[in-house]
Design a protein around this ligand. Structure first.
Ligand code: ADP
Length: 629
């Protein structure tokens, strides 16, 4: 018998499950039944598509038995599914393959570890059985192979693996119940849990139990035990039931069995289409964003069925990537069963279903948007992917531009683009926005002083992807998006004729002054310019018209693009400010250099950026303080 140790993450997951889910212990059964059902989906698919499997006798069902003897309580879940060979066992019941789950575990700290809602966001899976068992035995034989295996573990450090015999392909999982799990070894608990969680599993689940009858009278009375079996679940494809029969509660229940989510879904969208294309789709939007939403190896939430036969749950093209938080099923009557991945990706039928589905989903988001409060809740979870869609999905641009929201200088919470436009001034040249990563910093930024003064609304784009999606969108209706972070922004705010000559004359006069500032700051800045937009602040840093902004540069670096050219900012100075006025007259003094550096450093701080040399900054500041106090 070979001993194997668990991958470290498995131990962590085990620990986490046992400590955070103890009040939901019963879900172990849902997890095991769902694994059994997946295994039968897989084999069913093979029997329909692969010649070597077409002739095997396949009777898809789950049999559950239990032993209620006081000192030997156990539950066995047996399926006639695909089974596992040695390699599968080591890989699937000894590691956690998905990096989303791994990262999730790594990020959990303190109280979060106790929050079962958090852990409910990803499938806890097979390992949940160790909440109720101190030993678990898996006997399994892979369909198409002769050798069976026995896997045993106490869920502590590892598992043991040896060969075994098993007459039929499939898997049999036996839980030897611990004190926590004893209560489940009876007919009523098991069937109640199955009805609650697994009613819509598409295969029959049979529960075997003993029924006692009595024969004779008095001392001759004899107990006769008889083995019986009952089907516990409905075993129908839920999504095929007529919509008119289904209540919200039914959808909620189905969602939970289907997704392993604890919470009710925020939304369900059920479509039964007949006509040129026959298909059923049932989509759900979870209440909370799945934790792997931003990982490249996220698990797609949509399962594909053909005529109720499960085909795949690992196809990322069923919906566009930005809708990866949507869970559900697509069941087509028109696709061939043995549809291959290559065919799927360019299949016209599926393409039409996908297009119609996306429209339908976006429209239901739009209905949700009629209720501000509900939509806000949704947007807080899924605003990011919605924005991705706004950027990527040109076909649905019109729908998506109604769904994006931004913070703004003139709105509490979020505003729509439509509302922004309705508040625009008559001669306003575009939709202004400021980007950066901190809302409070942006709201106080010197860059928007002039806009504020002129009562022009500016969108506060504090989400890092705004930096990409807003320029990408370029326009809303006839209105261009205009970044106020750029060096040329603000020029157009000047009234025609106004200030222009003035500034020119001024610039001539102050040229040597600006030159000196530039010299002091050296290669810290690309240029120093007289600002046309500052009113209260002495200085501000902006990106050159074609350069990426600071935040963009930081983001690209964070995403691993290290060879980004270091685009230097432009320092804009406000010549009307008292500091600058004073500086003009002291160009020769040493204090000028200090002041120049401070103008640059304070602008950097206002941008929410780090100082290159905080010690120097403090020294300079103290010099100034000493002199002025
Ligand atoms: P998940 O089901 O979310 O992938 P689990 O931890 O529940 O995670 O299961 C891990 C893997 O073990 C499954 O993906 C499957 O490959 C395999 N497995 C579990 N139970 C069975 C079963 N009854 N029959 C066949 N394979 C199984």
């Amino acid at each position: 018998m070979a001993k194997h140790v668990f991958q470290t993450e498995v131990n962590e997951l085990l620990h986490l499950i046992i400590h955070s889910l103890y009040s939901h212990k019963e879900i172990f059964l849902r997890e095991l039944v769902s694994n059994a059902s997946d295994a039968m989906d897989k084999l069913k698919y093979l029997t329909l598509t692969e010649d070597e499997f077409k002739n095997i006798s396949f009777d898809p069902k789950i049999d559950i038995t239990f032993n209620d003897a006081e000192d030997a309580r156990s539950i066995t879940i047996k399926d006639s599914g695909i089974g596992m060979n040695e390699e599968d066992l080591i890989e699937h019941l000894g590691t956690i393959a998905r990096s989303g789950t791994k990262n999730f575990l790594g990020n959990l700290t303190g109280d979060a570890k106790k929050d079962s809602n958090l852990i409910g966001q990803f499938g806890v899976g097979f390992y949940s059985c160790f909440m109720v068992a101190d030993q678990v035995e898996v006997i399994t034989r892979k369909a198409g192979e002769e050798q069976a295996y026995r896997w045993v573990s106490d869920g502590k450090s590892g598992f043991e693996l040896e060969t075994a015999t098993k007459a039929e392909p499939g898997t049999e999982v036996t839980l030897f119940l611990n004190d926590e799990g004893k209560e489940f070894a009876n007919r009523w608990s098991i069937s109640e849990i199955l009805k609650k969680y697994s009613n819509h599993i598409a295969f029959p689940i049979y529960l075997e139990y003993e029924e006692s009858t009595f024969d004779g009278e008095g001392d001759d009375k004899k107990e006769i035990k008889e083995l019986k079996s009952e089907q516990v679940n409905d075993a129908t494809a839920f999504w095929k039931r007529p919509k008119s029969e289904l209540k919200k509660k039914d959808y909620q229940e189905f969602y939970k069995t289907f997704s392993n989510d604890y919470q009710d879904p925020a939304l369900h969208i059920h479509t039964q289409a007949e006509g040129t294309l026959d298909y059923t789709t049932l989509f759900f939007v979870p209440e909370k964003a799945p934790n792997d939403l931003f990982y490249a190896d996220y698990k797609p939430g949509v399962k594909l069925y053909v005529k109720r036969v499960f085909i795949t749950d690992d196809e990322k093209e069923l919906l566009p990537t930005y809708l990866r938080f949507v869970k559900g099923i697509i069941d087509s009557e028109d696709l061939p069963l043995n549809v291959s991945r290559e065919i799927l990706q360019q299949n016209r039928i599926l393409d039409n279903i996908r297009k119609a589905s996306v429209k339908k989903i976006l429209k239901s988001f739009q209905s949700l948007a009629k209720k501000d409060k509900d939509y806000l809740k949704f947007y807080e979870q899924f605003g990011r992917p919605i924005k991705e869609g706004y950027y990527q999905d040109k076909d649905n641009r019109e729908l998506l531009e109604k769904l994006v929201r931004f913070k703004s200088t003139k709105a509490d919470g979020y505003t729509t683009l439509e509302d922004y436009v309705s508040r625009m001034q008559e001669d306003q040249k575009g939709i202004y926005y400021i980007t950066g990563d901190n809302e409070a910093t942006l709201r106080r930024s010197p860059l928007i002083e002039m806009y504020q003064k002129k009562d022009i609304e500016v969108l506060i784009a504090d989400d890092e992807i705004d930096e990409i999606i807003i320029p990408g969108a370029a326009k809303y209706g006839d209105h261009d998006f205009k970044s106020v972070n750029r060096s040329n922004a603000g020029d157009e705010l000047k009234k025609d004729g106004e200030a222009d000559d003035d500034t020119e004359a001024l610039e001539k006069e102050v040229k040597p002054f600006i030159k000196k500032l530039k010299k002091v700051l050296g290669d810290k800045v690309k240029d120093v310019k007289v600002s046309s937009r500052l009113t209260d602040s002495p200085s501000v840093l902006v990106a050159d018209a074609e350069d990426p902004t600071f935040q963009m540069q930081e983001m690209m670096r964070a995403m691993g693009q290290m060879d980004m050219p270091d685009a230097k900012p432009i320092l804009e100075v406000n010549l009307d400010h008292a500091i600058l006025k004073k500086m003009k007259d002291m160009r020769k003094s040493k204090d000028f250099d200090n002041a120049a550096e401070l103008l640059y450093e304070q602008a950097l701080l206002l941008e929410g950026m780090k100082l290159e040399n905080p010690a120097e900054f403090v020294k300079r500041l103290n010099d100034v303080l000493t002199k002025s106090l």
